[in-house]
Ligand binder design. Sequence first.
Ligand SMILES: [Zn+2]
Length: 404
Amino acid sequence: MTSSSTTYDARALLWKPSDSLRDANRRKIIRAVMVEPGTQVQIARLTELSQATVSGLVNELQQENILRVDNSEGARGNKLRLGGVRGVAVGVEVNHNGLTVAARRVDTSSIEYETADFGAEQGGNVWVRESARLIREVAGATGLDADHIVSIGLGIPAAIDPRTSRVTQVASSLDWDLTGDPATRFKDHFPNVPIIVDNEANLAAYGEYLYGAGRGTETMMFVKASTGLGAGMIVGGLIYRGRHGLASEIGHLTMDPLGTVCRCGNRGCLETIVGGARLVDQVRQAYAGYRMDLPTGLEGMIERAKAGDQVCRRVLQDASRNIGIALARVGNIMNPEMMVLGGELGRASDLLVEPAVQEMRLYSLRGMFDHTQPTKLVGSELGLLAGARGALAFALKADRTVDA
Ligand SMILES: [Zn+2]
């Protein structure tokens, strides 16, 4: 008989190699509850197991104090939560000029996070070392240490081949070694810990789908508009990657075949029109010679737009119209239930959603909006934590056993 005070090391529960289907199904259920406490019906949906299988295994896991029922929300709730299980899940988002690391004890919902100004631009050695340092720090802030890390999700600004986890393509502005799985660079820092890599915008989409504006949707697209312009697509709860991991590269849709050359080597991409540096340049040009306190980045520009600066507002709203035209094109192919505007521009969604929707309506097939449940465009709810939170959940859900 297991006592209700029995506690387990999450690594022992999740990593143990076993060929048994029953063990694999138990792990799936435990992982699903770690991603998010839920009812048996929700767990069955997330794991794609039958209700009967979930019900039988949940009973067993409750008796072992691995799961417990939480009645605190009344009979309607009856959510399954973790019982006595100790472990930390980690998610990392690597951007061009910064890092965000999030960590969460698997038995709670409270997130610890930290950011740093080191990013992909500084080269592989720097961002790997800085990520490893932050991972230890943020894991420690949860009350458990790095020896309790069960998985690390790693979102990087590159396209990843979904079959091999190797980099398919990276912006030519980044001087990266393209050989091998980027996760192996962390092996010296965290031996044995499963590290799951994906494109950072894909993982931000996953975060927003699980915990943010996209909750409960079937198909959604998340647009990350910052220095560059990335996106992620969720179809039926899964990240849609395409054969080479290059799906949803909305920033490189051609908007003007005679336009400016893009860092991808093509011409007239959306990113050359609405990328962060391009927007800031426009404001600096408009005020050149008239004002000295010119914004140097998107953040400052958004603050000024919110304070009523008409130049900053106009530049951002025009950018938003161009994003709306691109979203209409994507919408005619994907027909999503929801599109979410995130990244730095997501912070100004109160200014930007409306102009984008006007353009989407002009260029989309009518049925998408003339419907009782039209396609929605909304601002991100998780803000700049979307990527790290999505990475955390994605790695936690991926079933990887570890050979001792
Ligand atoms: Zn491009």
